[in-house]
Structure formats: structure tokens, C-alpha cells
Design a protein around this ligand. Structure first.
Ligand code: PLP
Length: 423
């Protein structure tokens, strides 16, 4: 696997700095873009640019058609029942804030509870903290242990009849797949307590949340780029992901809202596009999804998202991708064993799928990233917008490498060599 043929599709990967080829290992933050996405957005501006949902002329109608076709394509990508369940947002952060403002703010009341985990990215914490303060709601956390396992034995106490929303990430952006962070014995405890036959923690948590009458929001920011998402199979109520983490442009994201919830959704922003009729005194709103898409959207971004989804659907087999990424993770983990003072974060060191976070006892993560940058290697350093997670691990920062479809074993060998040299 020395050469990865997909690299030719990504113009940015051929750029050199200081004589070194780019080694891009910050894919969990944002991915590089293939020609197909760049071209689709460029073509849109060159040949099809016009406002959508407003114009009566041909160009505007074509732009509207292309935009709505991507909505249908996105619905197919995650197996939504209807394109009306797909709302285009600026990204995951925006999507979660919309759920807080357009659904939770109206549907949750004083004394109600929201349950999250200590793994969450700040964007799945802050909107709920804020709402809890405004409405007298209790925000509860499934705690993370110092070893990086999720203490799911607390679930039977935390999930109650007052829980109205359970919002959690499918893959932590620091420790990886949430299912791999639940120990075998803790999982057995849960299946016995709940008499559940679910095969993994995500399914079990959704099942039990629904039994208590709570709605479920899944943060798929780190899952959607790497695995097939099927919202009907998951039975989640809300699901969010970002185009820029899966080959698409920045400023474009997806919020899935299950159809049965649509009667309870109120607009999050007010203005053109979401409105049906306006008088001096009042307005009436359009239906979903226009209801949540006030103003002129990022049309070219949505067109870019469409091209990214086409690339992923036509060129990538998710099972093969997962095998490739796991093999690369294992290669790094094997070789890292011989480097002193590297501590891989999380349990099951050899159960990493597409990202690995580590800390080096004697060197700050920023210094590691700055050193690697001299060799044109991009890694993430800091708290990765997950400070409560780092607090549980009793550290303040870490280095993260995250892989995607174009990474190679050669790149990871070079990384290991430089880390050994640095340490
Ligand atoms: N949730 C997770 C798990 C993430 O990794 C990220 C971004 O890194 C986000 C949410 C926020 O995504 P965005 O910055 O695209 O809004």
C-alpha cells in the first residue's frame, strides 16, 4: 500500500513546502478536496450562478433544481425517508444549535433533563448548557473514566422518565468510535439491566432512550465520512454531519430531522425563504425543510457537497476504506510501542479506526505539531474542542493524527521516524 492511487484526485496533496511533500493527518478537523468537488463549485459559479427558490427565469430554476437534487442525494446517502428531512446548515455546530433553538427550546420545560456524554465536542455541549440555564433544565453527563472508557454503568440512574433528549457523538473526535469505549463487562451489565439484545452501545442507548420517551440526536461528524449511515436503521430523531469533513466544502452541513417531529419544529432564524405570507402584524411559515433555511443559502457549497457524495458513493467502498484506515492505525500503534514516553489515549490501544490521539510526557503537543510542520506534516494539537474529555483523562492537551482515503503507510512511517527523532 505504498502508493494510494486516489491521491491523484487531490491537487493539494502534491504541494511541497521546504522540499517536503504534504502529509496531511488532520482529516478529523477538515479533509482535502478532490478535483471533482472544486470543479463542481467552480462550474456552478461559471455557468449556473443564480438565486434559488426565488427566480422565475431559466438560470434560477436550474440552480434551484441542482440544489434540490443534492437534497434528494443526501437523503439517499443516509437513507432518509424523504428529502424534507434534510436541512442544509453551515455544519455540525450550526445544526445542533438549530435543534436547540427550533425544537428543544419549545418542547423542553423546567425540570426536564438532557443527557450527553463526557466525550462530546464543545458544539454538542454548549447549546445544551445554555438551554439548561435558560429553561431550568438539568444537563446530565455519562462520565468518562481516566482510562478513556465510558462509565455506562451509570446509565440506569441517568436516563429517567424526565430525560427528553439524549445527544451523543457516534465517534469521539479524540478517542474514536464510542462503541469501542465501552468495556465488555460494562456492556454485559447494561444488556442484563435492560434485558436488551442490542449488539452495540449506540443501538442500545437509542433503544433505551426511546423507551423512556426521549428523543435522540446523533453527532455523526466523525462517523459519516467513514461508514455507511442509515438513519432508518439507527432510528435516531436528529443527526448532524459536516460536508467539509468528507471531501466537501466548508460552510455546508446537514441536519436530518425525522419526519414525525416536523409539526413540532419552529423556525430558528426569521427572514426570506422560510416565510409564506407576511403582513405588517405577522407572518406564516413554510413547511420543512424551507422553514429552517432562512436567507440565501450557501448554494455553491451544497453543489460541492453533492459532488463529494457522488465521489464517496462511486469511488469509495466504506468497508475497504475502514480496512485501510484500521491497517494504517495498527501500523502506527505497532511502531509507536518502541518510542519511549508516548501515551496513546483511550482503552484498547489496538482498536483504533481512523484517528489516534496521544501525549508525550516530556513535550507539549504544540511543540510536537510545530516540529512536524517543518517537514510539512499536519497534525492537530491542543484540546480538540473537547476540554471536558481531556479533564476526565487528567491531561490538558494531546496530539491527534486522523486519516482519510488518501493516506499511506509511507506517510505514517515517516511520521514515526520523526517522532522517534524528536523524543
Ligand atoms: N462534533 C464533532 C465530533 C467534531 O469532531 C466536530 C469538528 O471537529 C464538530 C462536532 C463540529 O463540526 P463543525 O466545526 O463542522 O461545525
Amino acid at each position: 500500500m505504498i502508493f494510494n492511487h486516489r491521491r491523484n484526485d487531490f491537487p493539494s496533496l502534491s504541494h511541497k513546502y521546504n522540499g517536503h511533500q504534504l502529509i496531511y493527518l488532520d482529516n478529523a478537523a477538515t479533509t482535502q478536496k478532490p478535483y471533482a468537488v472544486i470543479k463542481a463549485m467552480n462550474d456552478f459559479y461559471v455557468t449556473s450562478n443564480a438565486p434559488i427558490h426565488r427566480g422565475i427565469y431559466r438560470l434560477a430554476e436550474e440552480a434551484t433544481y441542482s440544489y434540490e437534487m443534492v437534497r434528494q442525494q443526501t437523503a439517499n446517502f443516509i437513507n432518509a425517508v424523504s428529502p424534507s428531512e434534510i436541512v442544509f446548515t453551515h455544519g455540525v455546530t450550526h445544526g445542533i444549535n438549530i435543534v436547540a433553538a427550533s425544537w428543544a427550546y419549545h418542547m423542553l420545560h423546567e425540570g426536564d433533563e438532557i443527557l450527553i456524554t463526557q466525550l462530546e465536542h464543545h458544539s454538542n455541549i454548549l447549546p445544551w448548557q445554555d438551554l439548561a440555564k435558560k429553561k431550568g433544565i438539568l444537563l446530565k453527563w455519562i462520565p468518562l473514566r481516566k482510562d478513556g472508557t465510558l462509565d455506562v454503568t451509570t446509565l440506569p440512574q441517568l436516563l429517567t422518565n424526565r430525560t427528553k433528549l439524549v445527544a451523543f457523538t457516534m465517534h469521539s473526535n479524540v478517542l474514536g468510535d464510542i462503541n469501542s469505549l465501552v468495556s465488555h463487562s460494562d456492556y454485559q451489565f447494561l444488556t442484563k439491566s435492560y434485558h436488551s439484545s442490542q449488539q452495540d452501545f449506540i443501538s442500545l442507548l437509542i433503544e433505551q432512550s426511546h423507551k423512556k420517551g426521549a428523543r435522540v440526536l446523533l453527532d455523526a461528524a466523525q462517523a459519516a465520512p467513514h461508514e455507511k449511515i442509515d438513519v432508518q436503521q439507527l432510528t435516531c430523531d436528529f443527526l448532524v454531519f459536516s460536508a467539509h469533513k468528507m471531501l466537501g466544502p466548508t460552510g455546508c452541513g446537514i441536519l436530518y430531522i425525522k419526519q414525525e417531529l416536523h409539526p413540532h419544529i419552529k423556525p430558528a432564524s426569521l427572514g426570506g425563504g422560510m416565510v409564506y405570507n407576511v403582513t405588517q402584524q405577522e407572518y406564516s411559515s413554510r413547511n420543512m425543510p424551507s422553514l429552517l433555511e432562512a436567507g440565501t443559502p450557501h448554494t455553491a457549497g451544497v453543489i460541492g457537497l453533492g459532488a463529494a457524495l457522488t465521489y464517496l458513493t462511486e469511488k469509495i467502498n466504506f468497508i475497504e476504506l475502514q480496512e485501510q484506515e484500521t491497517a494504517l492505525c495498527n501500523l502506527f500503534l505497532m511502531q509507536a510501542q518502541s518510542i519511549p514516553n508516548i501515551q496513546i489515549l483511550g482503552p484498547n490501544a489496538f482498536n483504533k479506526k481512523h484517528l489516534i490521539s496521544f501525549s508525550i510526557k516530556t513535550i507539549h503537543s504544540h511543540d510536537v505539531a510545530a516540529y512536524l510542520d517543518n517537514y510539512n506534516i499536519c497534525v492537530r494539537a491542543g484540546n480538540h474542542c473537547a476540554q471536558p474529555l481531556h479533564q476526565a483523562l487528567e491531561i490538558t492537551n494531546s496530539v491527534r493524527i486522523s486519516l482519510y482515503i488518501y493516506n499511506t503507510d509511507r506517510e505514517l512511517k515517516k511520521l514515526i521516524k520523526l517522532l522517534s527523532k524528536l523524543i
